[in-house]
Design a protein around this ligand. Structure first.
Ligand code: F6R
Length: 240
């Protein structure tokens, strides 16, 4: 794992966006793996800026998001589909029919997960995967556990994740307690992984990631087996 330490969130967002810009410049039909949450918002703003000034063309890009709450409608303003439209897709020249997010309304969630994994097999591999990290080390919605799931699956969210995500909802009781998420194996199939870590509340989890242990109790540590992971963090996360 390579680590890039940035002065602040602005610099982290710009550095992260540069990786995506370079990827799409070198391979215009790249498959991008995308994430939601607070951390990537600044990076998406930069990508919109590059698209508007003509230095980044999304017209041949395909994208796959890591996860989606379940159940949730795509037009619910808390859904990850809505988030992606608002924070990126509606502002760039991406073909939305090639932007994939797990279907939060699927009648049969297990079948939806299988179909998502199969679609990734067909269109992938993901050239570059963007990741955030939970304070408990979750990536996507792969929460700490005795065992982790390799493929896209339906999962329950831990209490700490529900609490962390409550900031986006009017009330904690509205936070969905389930999600559809790529598995650890799905994520590790990406050719390159860029993880953004910002803020001092992520200091502890970042420190764990930088020691030598691999443990399912901190799912992000599994990334250490991947040959091409770049962690971009700010000083607040690095120094605590
Ligand atoms: C989002 C996702 C999550 C977030 C993580 C960090 O698609 O998969 O793993 O990356 O919860 O969220 P923030 O950036 O809000 O701290």
């Amino acid at each position: 794992m390579r680590i890039i330490i940035c002065e602040n969130y602005e610099e982290l967002s710009e550095k992260g966006a540069e990786f995506f810009k370079a990827q799409v410049t070198l391979k215009p039909d790249s498959v991008l793996g995308l994430a939601t949450g607070g951390t990537p918002v600044g990076l998406y703003k930069k990508l919109i800026e590059y698209n508007k000034n003509g230095s980044l063309d999304f017209s041949r890009v395909t994208s796959f998001n890591l996860d989606e709450y379940y159940p949730i409608a795509p037009d619910n303003d808390q859904s990850y589909r809505y988030f992606m439209n608002e924070n990126l897709f509606d502002h760039v020249n991406i073909d939305k029919t090639r932007t994939y997010v797990p279907d939060g309304l699927a009648k049969d969630p297990e079948a939806q997960c299988k179909a998502y994994e199969a679609l990734l097999e067909e269109k992938g591999p993901v050239d570059i995967q963007l990741l955030g990290i939970g304070r408990n080390g979750h990536i996507g919605f792969n929460e700490p556990d005795e065992k982790l799931n390799a493929v896209t699956h339906i999962t329950g969210l831990t209490e700490s994740t529900v609490e962390a995500n409550a900031r986006f909802f009017a009330d904690i009781s509205q936070v969905p307690t389930k999600a559809l998420t790529m598995g650890i194996g799905t994520i590790l199939k990406s050719k390159k992984i860029v993880m953004l870590i910002s803020g001092k509340e992520k200091h502890e989890v970042l420190s764990e990631l930088l020691n030598d242990d691999i443990t399912t109790k901190n799912p992000a540590t599994l990334l250490k087996v991947h040959p091409d992971v770049v962690i971009i963090c700010d000083k607040a996360a690095y120094e605590g």
